[in-house]
Design a binder for this molecule. Structure first.
Ligand SMILES: [Zn+2]
Length: 334
């Protein structure tokens, strides 16, 4: 996997102690011919132990991850750590600064850009650096997502059903200790090139989440995220201390069938009948799309095809045909 990358960093990953530096990604544009995107990165290393790569801001409109990780980066001191923690709170920095899912620099989705390309655009160069420099250093890859502007999730730790049974067991244990109400096993319904898939294929213990959404930084959800990061670090031996148990049972649910993901059948304004967390039945109407131009026409119903928990719903009113408006997750005995 060792390969030249155009992105680079001034951080010495093998040095103990705390370092604050940048991941520099070349970005030549009209007002800075020799410019670069400079993505803040903190490394805290002490003693022997695993390496955690903790990422937020893969999508720029999801804020619990960046806020929790900026706080961790300021507070974490080397003496508290056994191993190494590499923290990048705003991985897609241009997108986070713009508050947009996609990069304003090249219009790309960093979570569809993996493995990245040596000669790619800025987003692709970030992915390429992770694939070839940071993932090989890491034992644990944590990528903290929220629903973004377009989606609201019941806060959950998420994972794929990876084929390696040992890797899956370790990922499931980490997802459970994260301490959100749900552990959500999901399928990729919108394209390839995901960051966690790349890390999974490289054998990493991958921890991902969907913390709330709607483009905000929710105080209650932020608490879940901060507790989750700390719990996983303790579980993996990076921090001393006691795992904090949440004040509710943690249940495992799955949306692994295409029918679990429901899309709008027409353009219009989406009205969800339920809040996330609601229990719903197959055949039940979950919401409806109103035609703005033809309010005299009956709205187009969105009907559940499976029974379970409404784990995610659309957050933006204005909706296009094909936009995901509801996701149903079914309880599983994991
Ligand atoms: Zn996301």
């Amino acid at each position: 996997m060792s390969e030249k990358t155009q992105a680079s960093s001034d951080i010495a990953f093998d040095r103990p102690g705390k370092q604050q530096g940048y991941l520099r990604v070349p970005h030549s544009h009209n007002t800075a011919g020799w410019g670069s995107v400079q993505i803040p990165m903190t490394v805290v290393a002490h003693g022997s132990g695993p390496t955690l790569l903790a990422l937020g801001g893969t999508h720029g409109d999801e804020f619990e991850g960046p806020v929790a990780l900026m706080k961790l980066a300021r507070e974490l001191q080397p003496e508290a750590v056994r191993g190494r923690v590499i923290i990048i709170p705003a991985l897609n920095l241009p997108a986070v600064l713009a508050g947009t899912r996609l990069s304003p620099v090249d219009g790309q989705n960093l979570n569809r850009a993996f493995p990245g390309a040596y000669n790619g655009s800025v987003t692709s160069l970030i992915a390429h650096y992770l694939t070839h420099v940071l993932f090989p250093l890491a034992d644990i890859v944590m990528d903290i997502h929220s629903g973004g502007r377009s989606m609201v999730f019941y806060p959950c730790a998420t994972l794929h059903r990876v084929p390696d049974a040992g890797q899956y067991a370790r990922m499931l244990a980490a997802a459970k200790v994260w301490g959100a109400r749900y552990v959500f096993i999901y399928a990729d319904i919108a394209g390839e090139g995901l960051l966690p898939v790349q890390a999974e294929q490289m054998g990493k213990l991958v921890v991902t989440t969907e913390m709330g959404g709607g483009g905000e930084c929710n105080p209650g959800v932020l608490q879940v995220a901060e507790r989750g990061i700390r719990n996983v670090m303790i579980q993996q031996g990076l921090l001393a201390g006691e795992i904090t148990t949440p004040p509710y049972p943690v249940e495992t649910v799955a949306a692994t069938e295409a029918g679990d993901y429901l899309a709008a059948g027409a353009d219009g304004v989406y009205e969800s009948f339920y809040e996330v967390g609601a229990e719903v039945q197959a055949g039940q109407a979950l919401g409806q799309v109103h035609s703005v131009e033809r309010p005299d026409r009956p709205p187009e119903l969105v009907v559940a095809r499976s029974s379970g928990i409404l784990i995610g719903r659309r957050a933006i009113g204005v909706t296009g045909q094909g936009d995901n408006v509801a996701t149903i997750a079914r309880p599983v005995s994991a």
